[in-house]
Structures are given as structure tokens and as C-alpha cells.
Design a binder for this molecule. Structure first.
Ligand code: HEC
Length: 120
């Protein structure tokens, strides 16, 4: 194998190890089609903020800025994600990479968190 080919091989492994980017980008496209039933519920953002503080801040930071063990949720890939995609992430987590599943929370609470994350 030439040095060049080994270099390409290592670069490919590097990309694969990064998971091709954000977890939100690994959600199936169909997840994005799910509508947030609480999108325009004025109580959803404050309720979601409370849930976030309780369930998520320890890993993702009080202001979603991310911490050593978990990515920022303010980054563009997450902010651009559809509500249904975020809902999918909360349902499934990423267990082998340290993101728990929140399937045990009632669906309404998960949508409240999604509403809060999207800042609307
Ligand atoms: C125990 C630590 C932990 C907790 C608690 C946690 N997360 Fe995560 N979260 C992670 C890790 C680690 C990742 C990165 C997983 C990956 O890259 O596969 C992640 C990824 C995510 C992503 C995808 C980010 C991206 O860049 O694609 C979202 C969205 C997310 N978490 C939201 C939440 C929300 C909302 C909560 C609370 C309901 C929460 N997380 C609770 C550790 C945590």
C-alpha cells in the first residue's frame, strides 16, 4: 500500500469515528416529518426549560453550551434540526456514546423539551 493510500484510509477512519457529524444527522429522514403538537403552546417553552434543567443540564450545560462529556445544543446542526428529529433523539438516545434515552418521559414532556431547545 502506498503512503498516499494509507493516508486516505486513515482519513476515512477519522471521518467514521466522528460519526459523520452530529447525532441529529443520523436520525432517519422520516423522523423529521413528525409535527410538534405543542409548537405554538405558550406553556411549552417554560415547561421545557424546567425539564431541561432537571434532565439535561448536568451533561449539556445550564445554557445548552455543552460540557466535557456532551456537545453544545446551541450549535448550528442542532438548531437547524427539525422538531421531529430532536424528538427522535430524545426517544432513542445514543446509548453507546453516552446520550441516554428519554423514552420514559411522557411524550408531551419530550415535546416541551423540543420546543424549548428550538427557542420558540
Ligand atoms: C448523561 C449525559 C447526558 C444527558 C443527561 C443528556 N445528554 Fe444529550 N447527549 C449526550 C451525549 C454524550 C451526546 C452525544 C451523542 C452522540 O454524539 O452520539 C448527546 C447528544 C444530544 C443531542 C444531539 C446533539 C448533536 O450534536 O447531534 C441532543 C439534541 C441532545 N443530546 C439533547 C439532550 C436533551 C434534550 C437532554 C435532556 C432531556 C439530554 N440530551 C440529556 C449526553 C447526555
Amino acid at each position: 500500500m502506498s503512503t498516499l493510500r494509507i493516508g486516505c484510509f486513515l482519513a476515512a477512519i477519522g471521518i467514521a469515528a466522528a460519526g459523520g457529524g452530529a447525532l441529529v444527522q443520523s436520525a432517519p429522514a422520516i423522523a423529521a416529518k413528525l409535527q410538534n403538537p405543542l409548537e405554538s403552546d405558550e406553556h411549552a417553552p417554560p415547561a421545557g426549560a424546567k425539564l431541561y434543567a432537571r434532565e439535561c443540564a448536568s451533561c449539556h450545560g445550564v445554557n445548552r453550551e455543552g460540557r466535557r462529556n456532551a456537545p453544545s445544543l446551541n450549535r448550528p446542526a442542532v438548531q437547524a434540526a427539525a422538531p421531529g428529529t430532536l424528538f427522535w433523539v430524545l426517544r432513542n438516545g445514543s446509548l453507546h456514546r453516552g446520550m441516554p434515552s428519554f423514552a420514559h418521559l411522557p411524550e408531551a414532556q419530550r415535546w416541551q423539551i423540543v420546543t424549548y431547545l428550538r427557542g420558540r
